[in-house]
Design a protein around this ligand. Structure first.
Ligand code: AMP
Ligand code: MG
Length: 324
């Protein structure tokens, strides 16, 4: 008979570097190696089609298409279809055609600079997600437009990895794609998964932990990628499509908790752009996710769906946002 007094933790870890990110996948159970190998191959494949910089990737081909239709893989068609839908739902706070503006700031090359407002205004002519036309395996964007899946690729990938592990018989796993975490299945000892969220003001430390069943937990923060000018002013990598400048609407970090990695990833970026009031309105209207907002005034706001499983490690006041 099997004793259930202590369940030995039996797991395998796989580290992968892809999409500019150190990724770790922990799969629980015996014989997970084959599943982890398939997961690693899928990640590398998705990187090879989603990357903006890899020559010959689907996105690279689209960005060099000069207005002509490009044939893409089913995965690119799926992620583009979903992403464009969420761009619309968030009223363009998420806009995957921002690439020309991101480029001019140097966020794509690490050659950081502050573009002239005139330059940004001109480039914004080429930003408008509604001009993306996805038709099955074909996609067309206007000449001069360029796409970038940086805001959604890891979320999509975490879902794809979960699917592959499941198909290969893995029953539970933690997929950590750097700030983009997805758990699946029950933790073998029956307890809830504990997921820590980084303190945006002290990035070496955790701000809080949430306990959850199978979920995606995705954070966007202004500390993840930024540069500073000579006066110490910080410019970060999430831009407001309205003006092409780093989104500075009162939030320094946004964590979204929900079922789909892609949706959570897309929303963490979009809600960061929206700012506190619009993010709360969006949550009240949609209610299919939970979130943790951290404001630039050092206040934490979190939604009532995670009220009983949220533990704050900081001195910052934490307030619950309720559905009304
Ligand atoms: P994330 O870390 O998921 O919030 O994604 C940030 C990345 O998405 C940036 O590094 C850019 O590549 C891209 N990005 C920045 N601002 C936006 C935006 N408003 N909409 C869509 N993608 C964006
Ligand atoms: Mg995102």
């Amino acid at each position: 008979m099997r004793s259930n007094s202590s369940v030995a933790e039996n797991y395998s870890d796989r580290n992968v570097f892809a999409m500019d990110t150190f990724m770790t996948i922990r799969a629980y159970g015996d014989n997970c190696e084959e599943a982890l190998q398939s997961a690693e191959e899928k990640i590398k494949y998705l990187e090879s089609i989603f990357s903006v910089t890899i020559e010959g990737s689907d996105i690279n081909k689209i960005n060099n298409s000069h207005g002509n239709a490009v044939e893409i893989s089913p995965e690119t068609s799926e992620i583009l279809g979903e992403a464009v839908k969420i761009c619309g739902e968030t009223d363009g706070a998420l806009d995957i055609t921002l690439y020309p503006v991101l480029n001019s700031w140097g966020f794509t090359s690490d050659d950081f600079r502050i573009p002239e407002p005139k330059e940004i205004t001109e480039l914004l002519e080429y930003v408008n997600y509604s001009k993306i036309c996805v038709n099955g395996r074909n996609v067309t964007i206007p000449d001069g437009f360029q796409l970038d899946l940086g805001a959604v690729a890891k979320g999509y990938t975490s879902d794809a990895v979960a699917d592959i592990l499941r198909e290969n018989g893995v029953e539970s796993a933690v997929i950590n794609l750097g700030g983009n975490i997805r758990t699946f299945g029950e933790k073998p000892d029956g307890s809830l998964w504990k997921i820590a969220v980084r303190d945006p003001f002290d990035t070496e430390n955790d701000m809080c932990v949430i306990e959850t069943r199978e979920a995606s937990v995705v954070t966007s923060g202004n500390y993840e990628r930024f540069f500073e000018d000579t006066d110490g002013q910080r410019y970060w990598h999430i831009l407001d499509p309205l003006d092409g400048f780093p989104a500075d609407n009162g939030l320094v970090s946004v964590t979204v908790i929900g079922e789909s990695g892609l949706y959570c990833d897309a929303l963490s970026t979009a809600l960061f752009v929206m700012g506190e009031d619009m993010a709360v309105d969006f949550w009240r209207k949609n209610q299919d996710f939970d979130m943790i907002l951290v404001t630039d005034l050092h206040k934490i706001l979190y939604t009532d769906g995670i009220e009983d499983c949220f533990e704050n490690f900081t001195e910052m006041p934490a307030e619950v946002i309720r559905r009304d």
